[in-house]
Design a protein around this ligand. Sequence first.
Ligand SMILES: [Zn+2]
Ligand SMILES: [Zn+2]
Length: 451
Amino acid sequence: MIADVIKGFIILFVVFVPLERLFPLHQQKTFRREWATDATYYLTGFFIGRAGTVICIALAVLLADGTANSELQKWVSSQPIAWQFVEAMVIADVGYYLGHRLMHTVPWLWQFHTIHHSIEEMDWLAAVRVHPVDQLFTKLLQMIPLYWLGFSAQTFALFVLFSAAIAFCIHANTHLTLGPFKWVVATPEFHHWHHANQPGVRNKNLAAQLPLMDFLFGTLYMPPGQRPIRYGIPYSIPTNYFKQLMVPFERLATRHRRKRPMTSTQPLQKKPIYLRPVPLLLCLVLVGSATGGVGYAKAKNYSIKSMVYTFVAGFSTPKITTAELEQGKVKSVVVVDVRDAEEYAADHIGDSISVPLTEIKTGEGVEKIKRLANTDSSRVQSQPTIVLYCQSGPRSIEAYQILKDKGLNLVVLSGGIKAWRETVPQSKDMAILSRISSSTKLIPTIAHEKR
Ligand SMILES: [Zn+2]
Ligand SMILES: [Zn+2]
């Protein structure tokens, strides 16, 4: 993974440094002030970003499981990728805009966001100077609606790649622009004004990708023929990475000790009247979704404790993706469906065997799976790989945790049958499974076990 991080950094360096040298906006050194600090943000941000994504998924699973409409999700993911991508961009940017606006207007959030604005010499690397709290907050508002609506995995991958690329572009120190398209997609011209430290230019251009958001919310600012002269905030903060991470906490603690209200250094502009209910609405949506999620969990007899447990256990569970299974990464496979019998009856992968999690919990299912593995190993003279799957992941992780010390060779299908069905139609199940299944002789045994 470290190699990937460094490779990514080298690619960005090779792309952006010549671009900034050939078409600069401001004359500045490549290794400008605090370059090393921002390089550190790049290295650590990669891991924080990953952790953030995991947290987003966990929260989304919690919310989506309870409140999402599976018909709507099916419809969303069945659209052409290009159309899904455009929708995802708009929806994520509404989330980002609101989160970013809150970062600028809620004083304690501004303390975290101030780190990103402390940069005084803009270039591509400035994109990564983001406090982890800031990163998590905006990522949540961007990603949860996408998970909730059920966009396909390919759309997600495209969106993540595109939004990362655009983040580096809009910070770059270049005078290049996109002509009339600068009103469609964010450019350096658009985002540099967001970082301007000049009177009269505050809290402008808050969107991540689409200037349209700022147009709609009344914060768009791109005066023709002008570019910002100065960037940053009106006070200085430490240049050291670790000290910067501590700045928001220190400032919040100082405010607490002095018992006086903290003020954001960027004065709050008067909000248009139609924006006043936005934070309230946002809170209502969040609280509503959370309540819905908890209610659903209760109705389905899922406990929040077990959901959190499953989430944590997910880190130590060996997983395999649909693509890896298709490529035959594991051979001699026995596929086990741990969902309820009704879910199995509605749809299941090929000749997988139904052993519901409820049975595994009582011990009966454990014996069944052990028997399957033993019958099989006596035929093929090696332990088969038991592939566990459920709807989207949590239940198979729970099943794995129960089965892991029973001397079995286990792996969990990442994303469950939901991920599998995104690429494999029912008619192709058997073609794939027959290539990797344990033994054809086993089929009568499996058929028997199914009943
Ligand atoms: Zn900002
Ligand atoms: Zn920025």
